[in-house]
Design a protein around this ligand. Sequence first.
Ligand code: FES
Length: 211
Amino acid sequence: MKFPYSETVLEHFRNPRNVGQIDNPDGKAIEGSPACGDMVSVYINVDKDTNRLSDIKFESYGCASNIATGSIITELAKGKTLDEAKNITWKQAADALGGLPKLKAHCSVLAIEGLRSAIQNYEERHGLVKEQKPTTVEVVRRRLRKVMNPLTGLSVVRTNLVTDIEVNDGTVRVALDLPSGHQFAPVLKEEVLEKIEPLWDVQKVVVEFSE
Ligand code: FES
C-alpha cells in the first residue's frame, strides 16, 4: 500500500517543532475535534510592544496529520503579529505540508483552531476584543461544543452532558449530568471555566453537577 503522506508530513511528524508547554503562557487553548474526538493544546507568549508571537508551543493528542500541522503552524506563526497569525488558514498549513489526504483536512483545521483560540484567549484576557457582543446562552453553548466528553470522545453538548445553561447579569451557570465525585468531574469543570471565564462580560461561572 502506498503511504498517503508527503515527505514533509512525515518529517514533521517524526521531528515535530515547538512541542511542549509554556509555563504561565500569555494565552492558551485546548481544542477538540468534533470529527474524531482528538485534541490539541496551544500555548503562546506575546511581545506586548510589537504584538507579535514571541513563543508558541503545542501538544497534540491527535494523529500524525495533526502533529505535523501543529508543527508547521507553530513555525509559520512564530514572530508574526496576532492578526497575521489569526489569518493563517488550514489550507496554507496543508499546502506547506505538501498536501494532506482529503480525509485528513479536519486534522489541520483542529490545529488552526487551536492557534486561533489561543490568540483569542490572549485577547480576551487582555481586554483586546474588538467586537464585544453580549454573552448569551447560544454563545456559551457554542463554546462548550469544543469541550469533549471524555467518556465518549464527543462534544459535551452533543452527548447531552450539558443539561442546562443560564446567563444572568454576568453570571453563567452550566449544569452537567455527572456526579461531582466522578473521576472526570474536575477536568470537565476546569475546561468549562477555561472556555467561559474569559468572555468579556462574564464575572462568574458556576458549574453544577447532578449530585
Ligand atoms: Fe483526529 Fe487527525 S484523526 S486529528
